[in-house]
Design a protein around this ligand. Structure first.
Ligand code: XMP
Length: 512
């Protein structure tokens, strides 16, 4: 059993990010609702407490206030943002109400490094997001860091091992943030750094078993990283109680369906049911050219087909989804009530409510890179774990204009050549996405002595960190030449290959 750090949640959208930073330090943490009693924390043997930020003011009528007994447990406490204000408010200092929010970067000047700022430079660029601030120290505390806005931006009570910081050490934009967290965990709390991906898997497997019992679980498998890792994890926990449904919407890449089926059914002995719905999808998309309309038809049809297939399988109590924390992060606080904060953004919108299925989302606390680590540890191959993203509407948004079987076939062949060459040269792993786009433009070419009036294929190869912005990849000319000449030579119906050199913004990654 690892030593536990308690993260007390006051409704901050960063609470999970704090937990993630703690995992990065190989320390085990657990998120607790702010109303958890000190006794409970004691019974769980916590070795340190972090008070999260939150949208509330300590003066608000329904401000979330923790059990004061947590300050009597004799364990170190670190208050972040709302957390430092709570410490000020509850331990005898003074917090000033402010309508003016300080939001964004500031410079923290460290007055006394102590244990919290050990090894860090004297000045740090830190990220703030708060309204109220501490204006008088509680007894026993001294200021160890200041900003232009606050004399008490970082405080400590050495005797009780209490620390408070106004900035957010957990966010990516704070310099040395993870070092501050590590200093608290290891330097102050003496927490053991023994929490690993294998531990996460062990705990997740035990939780899934306890939740699911003898019931059956259904999972919509797309072949992408998230649903694949969720499937592997759930299968590890409950084996044949899991049934995966893979919908062939007719908009898949070359060989994709066969690859998914053979990977899961043969290698992992997972029960995968393929639903071939390509005819319905293509029929409904006939004659449709407007991108948003295409997306809507594909989305709606997917839900319909999926729902129907679940009914025919029947007898399941749980619907599993590969929801990750970033899918949940945009949630809004309802009435400033932290308990109501996290609203799940379902991947398959509306299904569970209508079908009375309970949701099972074993990855909902993890970030993409952590999911990849879990996938690797569960034995999924690199091709799955490090797979490039593929949009839900599939090739439907890569055939510009009307979707027909002929156009899909041309695109599949061109795309397969591009992927082959990217894999062969190792470039596939270096870029964010690389794919072909079918352009409904005919251009004149020449084959032998004959005129070849045929379509154009666009190559879209981009680099990105999070898909919010992207730049086109400068592939070597020789590689581009190989791809281009293979496509024009090997794919009937293509006379020309063009390279997309637009960045995002102003373009987007996909063409539709
Ligand atoms: P855009 O084209 O908006 O794409 O720059 C950003 C990233 O999102 C992927 N994408 C989608 N993924 N459903 C998805 O699951 C969709 O409808 C969808 N549209 C775009 C795209 O491939 C890129 O990685």
């Amino acid at each position: 059993m690892s030593q536990t750090i308690a993260v007390i949640d006051f409704g901050s959208q960063y609470t999970q990010v704090i937990a993630r930073r703690i995992r990065e330090c190989q320390v085990y943490s657990k998120i607790y609702h702010y109303s958890t009693t000190a006794e409970q924390l004691k019974a769980d043997g916590v070795v340190g407490i972090i008070l999260s930020g939150g949208p509330s003011s300590v003066f608000a009528k329904k401000a979330p206030i923790p059990d004061r007994g947590i300050f009597e447990l004799g364990v170190p406490v670190l208050g972040i943002c709302y957390g430092i204000q709570l410490m000020g408010h509850l331990l005898g200092g003074k917090v000033s109400r402010s309508d003016h929010r300080e939001y964004g970067h500031g410079t923290l000047t460290i007055r006394r490094p102590g244990r919290l700022f050990a090894g860090l430079p004297k000045k740090l660029r830190v990220w703030n997001s708060h309204g109220d601030r501490l204006i008088k120290l509680p007894p026993g505390f001294t200021a160890i860091g200041t900003t232009d806005n606050s004399e008490f931006a970082a405080i400590e009570d050495l005797k009780r091992n209490f620390y408070g910081i106004q900035f957010h050490p957990e966010v990516f934009h704070t310099e040395g943030g993870v070092d501050v967290v590590r200093n608290f965990l290891v330097g102050v709390c003496n927490a053991a750094q023994d929490w690993t991906t294998a531990d996460f898997i062990r705990r997740a497997v035990a939780d899934i078993r306890a939740t699911v019992g003898k019931s059956r679980v259904l999972l919509g498998l797309s072949g992408g990283v998230d649903s694949s890792v969720a499937a592997a994890l759930i299968h590890k926990a409950v084996g044949r109680q899991l049934t995966c449904v893979f919908v062939d919407n007719g908009l898949l890449r070359q060989g994709e369906r066969e690859q998914v089926v053979s990977l899961y059914a043969r290698n992992f002995k997972i029960d995968v049911r393929v639903v071939d719905a390509s005819a319905i999808f293509l029929r409904r998309l006939k004659g449709v050219t407007e991108p948003e309309q295409k997306r809507k038809i594909i989305g709606r049809t997917f839900v319909e087909v999926f729902e129907k297939s679940l009914k025919t399988i029947g007898g399941a109590e749980f619907l599993a989804q590969g929801t990750l924390y970033p899918d949940v992060i945009e949630s809004v606080a309802i009435g400033n009530n932290p308990a109501a904060l996290i609203k799940s953004h379902h991947n398959v919108g509306g299904l569970p409510a209508r079908m009375k299925l309970k949701l099972l989302e074993p990855l909902r606390e993890l970030f993409k890179d952590e999911v990849r680590a879990v996938g690797t540890a569960c034995g999924l191959p690199r091709e799955v774990v490090w797979r490039q993203p593929f949009p839900g509407p599939g090739l439907g948004v890569r055939v510009v204009g009307e979707i027909t079987r002929e156009r899909l076939e041309i695109l599949r062949k061109a795309d397969a050549i591009l992927q082959e060459e990217m894999m062969e040269t190792g470039w596939y792993w270096k870029v964010w996405q690389s794919f072909a786009v079918f352009l409904p433009v005919k251009s004149v070419g020449v084959v032998g002595d004959e005129r070849n009036y045929a379509y154009v294929i666009g190559l879209r190869i981009v680099e990105s960190i999070d898909a919010m912005t992207a730049d086109w990849t400068r592939l070597p000319y020789e590689l581009l030449q190989t791809i281009s000449s293979r496509i024009t030579n090997e794919v009937r119906g293509v006379s020309r290959v063009v390279l997309d050199i637009s960045s995002k913004p102003p373009a987007t990654i996909e063409w539709e």
